[in-house]
Design a protein around this ligand. Structure first.
Ligand code: BTN
Length: 243
């Protein structure tokens, strides 16, 4: 594994993305930074964290055997790698909020930003960005956010957590490469936040929808059994689960 450690950078995802413009990086090239000045979140949001307290890391993974329609398997592998890691550090009540937020006790402790590199309609690689709140204690305006330290009172070694995350990421990508797709999908669905529970969602036209999450389809869209008793599927841009 090739690890690049930085003091501060705009965004570890952007840094890796720039590397891919000139050549394809070595598999499992890791970029980790103590601080990000322009951290990026899902759907064009910002990812802001206190300098030095948290893990902000991106991993480059070569993707050879996956077709474009199957890209959600990357999200599933990474989400499972994080929950597996956190379980080993005794973090309780872990759930994956679709598509890939990691919650403990209903609070978000980790966000994942996956940016895939597609050339000539083929998956070439994936930039996997992970923002894990580790030792930060105060979150301005983010009532749904928490950190490992806030949950347990322990101050963690970021290096130890990172090394377990990298181990687990390799484990899940090895599983994926050996074709264990249904195992991965089942495991992911079993850990989905609010699976089989009546929930409220906000649609992109601002309407609300009541329904029950039943799982995900083969391309990673969320399957909801709605109150009109029909199954509907939604992608990330179409729906938001309200807490
Ligand atoms: C989210 O919106 O939940 C995803 C947040 C992802 C943040 C991580 S931190 C490391 C990597 N670099 C970035 O700029 N973003 C991701």
């Amino acid at each position: 594994m090739y690890v690049i450690k930085l003091g501060a950078i705009g965004s570890t995802n952007a840094y890796l993305k720039e590397l891919t413009l000139t050549s394809i990086p070595q598999d499992y090239t890791v970029v980790v930074s103590e601080h990000q000045t322009n951290g990026r979140g899902q759907m064009g949001t910002k990812w802001e964290t206190e300098a030095g307290k948290n893990l902000t890391v991106s991993v480059f993974k070569k993707i050879l055997k996956l077709n474009i329609q199957e890209q959600f398997y990357i999200s599933m592998c990474v989400s499972l790698a994080i929950t597996e890691t956190l379980g080993k550090f005794q973090i309780k009540q872990l759930r994956i909020k679709w598509p890939n937020d990691i919650l403990s006790a209903n609070k978000k402790i980790c966000g994942i930003l996956i940016e895939n590199i597609i050339k000539n309609n083929k998956m070439v690689g994936s930039i996997i960005g992970i923002g894990l709140n580790v030792n930060q204690k105060f979150f301005n305006d983010l009532s749904q956010a928490s950190s490992l330290s806030l949950l347990t009172g322990i101050i963690y070694s970021k290096e130890e957590i990172l090394s377990e995350i990298l181990k687990q990421i390799q484990f899940y990508f090895d599983l994926l490469e050996s074709g264990k797709k249904s195992f991965i999908k089942n495991k992911y669905e079993n850990q989905l936040f609010r699976i089989n529970k009546p929930s409220t969602f906000k649609l992109n036209n601002d309407e609300t929808l009541s329904g029950i999450i039943k799982g995900i389809d083969n391309v990673g869209k969320l399957i909801i059994w709605t109150e009109d008793e029909i199954l509907r599927t939604f992608d990330l841009k179409e729906i938001k689960l309200l807490y």
